[in-house]
Write a protein that binds this ligand. Sequence first.
Ligand code: HAM
Length: 431
Amino acid sequence: MKNTKLTTAPYKGTRDTYPKDMMIRNYIFDTWSRVAKRFGYEEYDTPLIESAQLYRAKSGEELSNQLYNFTDKGGREISLRPEMTPSLARMVAAKKNELQLPLRWFNIGKFYRYEKPQRGRRREFFQLNIDILGISTIDAELEIIQYVMEVMSEFNAPKDTFELRINNRYLLDYLFTEILELSEELVPQLARAIDNFSKMELSDFKEYLIEIGLDNEQVEKVLDFLSWDLSMLETLKGKSDGADQLLELFEKAKNLDITNIVFSPSIMRGLDYYTGTVIEMFDIGGDKNPRAMFGGGRYDDLLAIFGEEKLPAFGLGWGDIIMTDYLSTYNLLPDTKSNTKVYVTLMNESLLSESAKLTQELRKSDINTLMCLEPIKLNKQLQQSNRKGIRWVIFIGEDEIKQNKVQLKNMNSGESFLITVSESIQKIKEI
Ligand code: HAM
C-alpha cells in the first residue's frame, strides 16, 4: 500500500484547543457558570447524539439543513446536537410530574452545525444555555437579562460596546395579520426576509419583498414597522399582546436600572419554536463582530411536540467563539499564565529522588508543582519555568540537603530564601 501522509489539520470548521486557548475557554466558562450559580441556576446535561426527528419537529428549515446526521447500525436517523433547547424540552417533558417548577437550569456543551465556517461561526462550537421554565410573566425575561448584564460586567465589558435587541413574535404576528393582512404562505417568507434585514441593502430588501409577492403599500408598511420605537408601541396598547409585553418589559427594566437594551423590530430569530419575546445581543463598538453574540426567546409551546401541555419557558444560547472574538476585540482576555505555582529544579541525576520527594510534599499541600525530570543545564530549567510564568522556583542541591533546607526563589521579586520545606510551603501559600 502507498504510504500517504495524513494531514495535521483538524476537520473543516473545527479547531484544536492548545493549552493557552484552553485557559481562555475556561475563563469564559467559569464566568458563565459562576454567575449562573449566583442566580440560583442548576447545571444539567444531555447526550451529544439525538434522534434527528427532534430537530425536524420545530427547529426550522435552516437548522434542519445544517444537521450532522447519519443512519446508525440499527437504521435510526441520528444527529449530533445542533442546539440544546429541544433536548432540554425532551428532558423536562419526560419528568414533568416529578420536577419542581420553576426550573432554572444551565449547561455549557458542544454543538455541531454543518455551516459555512466564517468569523464567529464554525462547525463545532460551545454554547452556554441558560433557561427558566415554569414562569409565564415577563419577570423570567428580566431575570435572564440581569444575568447577562452581570456576566458582561464580570468580563469588564465597556457599556458602549454591546446592546441587547429585543422584539416579540406576537408583535410580528400583529404585523403579518393585522397590518399587512398577509396570506398564510407569505408569512414564513416575510419572516425570513425580516431576519435578514440588517444584513441586506435597503434596495435589495425592497426588491425581495416585491419578489415574494408583497405589493408596494405592504412594502412601505413593512419598512415603517421596521423603523418603530417604543413610543409606537404605546399606540398599540391593548391591541397587540406583543406590544403589551414589550412595554411591560421595558418599564420593569427601567425600574431595575437595566441599561443596554433596545426594542428592535427586525429581530426575528430563525428558530420556529419561539412564541413571545425574542432577544439577541450585538457588539456595537465597531464592525469586527457583526453576528449575534447570543440568541434566545420564549418557547411556551415546545413541550407540545412530546404530547405534553404547554410550559412557559424562556432562555438563550451564548456561543464561545463569538464571545472570545468579542473579548479579544476589546482587549479583555485574561492573562494566559500557567496554573503551576512552583518549579522544582533537578541539579543532577543523583538528586532525582530528593527532588521527587520534595515535589510530592508540595503537591500534598495542594500546591501546583512541576518538577524537571531531566538533568539539563540550570539556565535551561529556569528558561522553561520562565516561559510558563511560574512564580516560584525551588533549588535543591547537595548543600541544601546537608542543611535540611531548600533555596526558594520568588521569580517576580528576585528574592531568595534558604529555608526548610515547611517554611517554603508557608511562604508560597501566603501569596
Ligand atoms: P441560535 O441563535 O441558533 O439559538 O444560537 C445561539 C448562539 O449560539 C449564537 O448567537 C452564537 O453565539 C452561537 N452559535 C450558533 N451557531 C454557531 C456556529 N455555527 N458557530 C459558533 N457559534 C454558533 C439557539 O441555539 C437556541 N437553542 C438558543 C436558546 C436557548 N433559545 C432558548 N434557549
